[in-house]
Design a protein around this ligand. Structure first.
Ligand SMILES: Cc1cc2nc3c(=O)[nH]c(=O)nc-3n(C[C@H](O)[C@H](O)[C@H](O)COP(=O)(O)OP(=O)(O)OC[C@H]3O[C@@H](n4cnc5c(N)ncnc54)[C@H](O)[C@@H]3O)c2cc1C
Ligand code: FES
Ligand code: FES
Length: 491
């Protein structure tokens, strides 16, 4: 643990300059800082809730794999979380000899620049894509643009521009590549291993120096708000005007970002973002990779963490149901004490989790499903991309040698006040032959397990019907019957 005196400033690189800030409010967003304090108004405010991508900037940070740049939503990213990073805004883009940058030129030539609000955000998302994958597939382009909404629906020219960028220039000549080593060196120098403390009393922000430092500080200050990726907490500020200070920013703690595998278990640190977990999980549990692709847009996945999705206790968070179905265990820590709880018992009631004041989520342990297990996750939402779940079902079934159900773990989101197992449905399946007749007979048990609510996303009746139909779908798909799902527009 560090004994050095805390630092009272946030230091980062902004485009080509170093910024040292002592006056940082715990709830000040990067977007407000850029526009109001630096007059960098190329970065726009559209929705202020992480949905539209008009505020997209790149944030570069040092990782075990080197310097990585990711698109993020400046509207819900807090300034206090940016220590030792490189913030790149649209103003930083330039081509050689005073010409436009390849991304900008492609957007101009293909008429992708349709309105002043969305275009800078599209440019920044395409910039991140081009640096990572200069010649992307259409599927990759669509994924990169999931988090950028064009209200005039003019995606076609933007996609055409994206396909063409590589012919305008190579990312190797781009300053972010060419100057990578010197930027990485500067960021290393900014990482001095000291805790950051800014402000007094209630208006205080802390960036712990390490996980041990965080554990000690949070145990002593249990009323503080822990902020990881801020994709939930950001909205508490921008939409609900909630007071969140004092704040502890943990998004930069490398020790919470570890992923490992041992004896059939995968352990994901609470600070691992969706993007960081994607390759690892997709390789081992592809269904989770497919689900991650439907969480927010790229910017939200770059910021949002699996730990935050669990800790927020939302009944419609996407990760808890499949992790419960897989039999995951949560590692909670307070000070130096750790305890392990089955994830399914963590969610006690709406807004209430099995977490003591000053205790935090350190990691989640996920057992890999056996090779012959049947496992599926289905997310129902109004839009395919970047939409919150209406109902989500996760199914994990193993069979005996004679084709009967040996074990069944089924969990839902959006059907109750918490993510919840369908215990009565499971009981109706276990020991029975895995047949359509068994599944049909089990459907009545849904009434015992769930009493869903009606809200703006769906009626209770819709949720119940959809929830039951997901079990049918799981049975059919896992028994080799292809299921055709038809998207219909509401009349
Ligand atoms: C545009 C948009 C789209 C979204 N789409 C989806 C979606 O499709 N599916 C979905 O499930 N969610 C979605 N979300 C919600 C959000 O992205 C996720 O819940 C995300 O995983 C939250 O993680 P975070 O790191 O950003 O959490 P934060 O906002 O930093 O924190 C969330 C909560 O968890 C607490 N917390 C965070 N880390 C810890 C920890 N280690 N220990 C204890 N407490 C902790 C915080 O105090 C806070 O209460 C979306 C959000 C946005 C803005
Ligand atoms: S302003 Fe819409 S995502 Fe930030
Ligand atoms: S580009 Fe802004 S609305 Fe379409």
């Amino acid at each position: 643990m560090t004994t050095a005196k805390p630092r009272d400033s946030i230091r980062f690189l902004l485009n080509g300059q170093q910024v040292d800030l002592r006056d940082v409010a715990p709830d000040e967003t990067l977007l407000d800082f850029l526009r109001l304090r630096r007059s960098l108004r190329g970065t726009k405010e559209g929705c202020a809730e992480g949905d539209c991508g008009a505020c997209t900037v790149l944030v570069g940070r040092l990782t075990a794999a080197g310097l990585v740049y990711e698109g993020v939503n400046a509207c819900i990213r807090f300034l206090g979380s940016l220590d030792a990073t490189h913030v790149v805004t649209v103003e930083h883009l330039k081509g050689t000899d005073g010409r436009l940058h390849p991304v900008q030129q492609a957007m101009v030539d293909f008429h992708g620049s349709q309105c002043g609000f969305c275009t800078p955000g599209f440019v920044m998302s395409l910039y991140a894509l081009w640096m990572e994958t200069p010649a992307p597939s259409d599927q990759r382009i669509e994924k990169a643009l999931q988090g950028n909404l064009c209200r005039c629906t003019g995606y076609e020219p933007i996609v055409k521009a994206a396909r063409a960028i590589a012919s305008y220039g190579s990312p190797d000549a781009d300053p972010l590549r060419a100057e990578r080593e010197s930027v990485a060196q500067k960021l290393k120098e900014l990482c001095d291993g000291r805790r950051i403390e800014i402000g007094e009393g209630g208006r205080r922000l802390t960036v712990p120096a390490s996980v041990d430092d965080f554990a000690k500080h949070y145990a002593a200050n249990p009323n503080a708000t822990v902020v990881a990726g801020s994709t939930d907490v950001g909205l508490w500020v921008t939409k609900f005007m909630r007071e969140i200070s004092p704040v502890i920013f943990v998004g930069g703690l490398g020790e919470l970002k570890t992923i490992s595998e041992s004896r059939g278990n995968v352990t994901i640190g609470a600070g691992v973002s969706y993007s960081e977990a994607f390759d690892f999980l997709s390789e081992r549990i592809p269904q989770l990779g497919q689900l991650i692709d439907r969480i927010g847009g790229e910017q939200v996945r770059n910021m949002g963490t699996i730990g935050g999705n669990i800790a927020n206790g939302s009944p419609i968070g996407d990760m808890p149901p499949p992790l419960i179905a897989l039999g995951s265990t949560l590692v909670l820590r307070k000070g130096n004490k750790r305890r392990r709880v089955p994830l399914e018992t963590f969610f006690v009631a709406y807004g209430k989790q099995d977490r003591e004041p000053g205790e935090f989520v350190e990691s989640v342990e996920i057992p890999l499903p056996p090779a012959d297990a049947k496992f599926a996750v289905y997310k129902i939402s109004k839009r395919r991309d970047e939409d919150i779940t209406t109902t989500l079902g996760a199914f994990h079934v193993t069979l005996t040698g004679d084709g009967s159900v040996a074990t069944a773990r089924i969990a839902y989101g959006g059907m109750a006040a918490t993510p919840k197992r369908a215990s009565a449905v499971e009981a109706a399946l276990i020991g029975k032959p895995w047949t359509e007749a068994t599944v049909d007979a089990a459907l009545d048990a849904y009434e015992k397990d769930f009493t869903p609510l009606s809200d703006m996303r769906a009626s209770a009746a819709y949720r119940m019907l959809a929830g039951r139909n997901l079990l049918r779908r799981f049975y059919l798909e896992s028994s080799g019957h292809p299921v055709v799902t038809v998207a219909r527009n509401a009349a």
